[in-house]
Design a protein. Structure first.
Length: 160
């Protein structure tokens, strides 16, 4: 009886690839997603169909087919995640580090703390970029860790 459906890519492993995949599956420190991908490839190499491999490993036939195709095309490098859609980053790691350092180590002229707008103007970034950086690192320069007495002479005169 002739096979129906889309033909699957033929997957054969070299001895080095089989050893590497088996080692990743057995290693306790291997992330579970990576180990599952290795198990999928090892099971596909036995000649099993995508549906059988998916049932055996608790995955979906679509995921098994995708992993098989990527492995056939890119070999072990195809097991990793492919680039995600969207534009490239516009803020570099160096700019992020500079914003964090400036926030923690300095204060602006004529102010007690940085605002997102003043930091953005100083660093040449957008206000929302500075806000995202601060949120990612848990920075809140408007909050002080200890209570500070006011140094305003008029406030002290008004209290008397």
């Amino acid at each position: 009886m002739a096979r129906t459906g889309r033909p699957k890519a033929e997957l054969t492993l070299s001895d080095e690839e089989r050893a590497a995949l088996g080692e990743w599956v057995r290693r306790r420190s291997t992330p579970q997603a990576w180990a599952l991908r290795c198990r999928i490839i090892l099971a596909c190499a036995t000649g099993a169909s995508n549906k059988d491999v998916a049932e055996q490993l608790g995955s979906t036939p679509h995921a098994v087919g995708r992993r098989r195709a990527r492995f056939v095309q890119h070999r072990i490098a195809g097991l990793g995640d492919m680039p995600r859609p969207g534009g490239p980053r516009t803020v570099t790691d160096e700019q992020v580090a500079a914003v964090v350092a400036k926030t923690l180590e300095s204060t602006p002229k004529n102010a007690t703390h940085w605002s997102t707008r003043s930091m953005a103007k100083e660093m040449g970034l957008s206000q929302s970029s500075v806000s995202r950086i601060w949120r990612a690192f848990g920075l809140q320069p408007h909050r002080s860790e200890t209570f500070k007495l006011s140094t305003d002479p008029w406030r002290i005169a008004r209290l008397e």
